[in-house]
Design a binder for this molecule. Structure first.
Ligand SMILES: C[S@@+](CC[C@H](N)C(=O)[O-])C[C@H]1O[C@@H](n2cnc3c(N)ncnc32)[C@H](O)[C@@H]1O
Length: 220
């Protein structure tokens, strides 16, 4: 397994997108709508240990921690620049999230030590090559206990021509190879292949950049 297959190519990201990351997500993805829906789906509880994979600037992890301050929230990302922003943002908002710099090939080991009961990932999978998506789901499955939950928000099956046209904006930034499987509905298939059960697409939220779907699965 090479780094290319797991892929995290930070240097290929446009600089403006990293610096203006939060603004881009807010304006282009109807962020408030899907983040709150994801928050309610996860329904954080005081004893929960929650891991956010590919946390970026930490928005979802911070939301979770603020909603349930007694939950333990661990937020992992391979991009140190985004983690610096995430830590500053969490400090401003008084959210005690544990941020961790973790490269894709180390995620399994880190998850094993975190021992999460719930795992979340938002808008990260569409940037990852197919083999890396499978490896991530595998690592998540292995680290969860029986009954543990996976929650994903990401670009999903683009059902209409308007959605497919909007999604081209994401594809022009992130490339077609890693993103097209999402437009074709790969996430629930990958979750079931990854042995998760009760896999459901719980919401489809149209945005100008294509539709964002929420998914949930459970480890039997
Ligand atoms: C579009 S951002 C989403 C960030 C955040 N989850 C959010 O909802 O705003 C994608 C994130 O995935 C991370 N990422 C990319 N490839 C990854 C991989 N193979 N494993 C884990 N994270 C990855 C990037 O560093 C980036 O922070």
């Amino acid at each position: 397994m090479t780094m290319d297959q797991l892929a995290f190519p930070p240097d290929s990201r446009p600089h403006w997108l990293t610096t203006a990351y939060d603004v881009a997500i807010r304006t282009l993805t109807r962020e408030r709508r899907w983040r709150r829906a994801l928050l309610h789906q996860i329904a954080p509880q005081p004893k929960d240990r929650i891991a956010d994979i590919g946390c970026g600037t930490g928005s979802q992890a911070i939301l979770l921690k603020r909603e349930c301050p007694l939950a333990s929230v661990y937020a992992l990302d391979p991009n140190p620049d985004l983690l610096v922003r995430a830590e500053a943002k969490a400090a401003r908002k008084g959210a005690g999230v544990h941020f961790m710099h973790v490269m894709p090939d180390e995620i399994g080991i880190r998850l094993a030590s975190i021992r999460p009961g719930k795992i979340v990932s938002s808008l990260a999978f569409h940037q990852v090559p197919m083999e890396g998506k499978r490896r991530l789901i595998d690592a998540m499955f292995e680290s969860l206990p029986s009954g543990g939950q996976i929650h994903i928000a990401d670009y999903g099956w683009q059902r209409t021509s308007a959605m497919r046209i909007g999604f081209r904006m994401v594809q022009s930034l992130d490339g077609g190879t890693n993103t097209q499987p999402h437009a074709d509905g790969c996430i629930p298939v990958l979750l079931e292949q990854g042995r998760f059960v009760r896999v459901v697409e719980t919401a489809v939220i149209p945005t100008v950049t294509g539709s964002i779907s929420l998914y949930r699965g459970v480890k039997p």
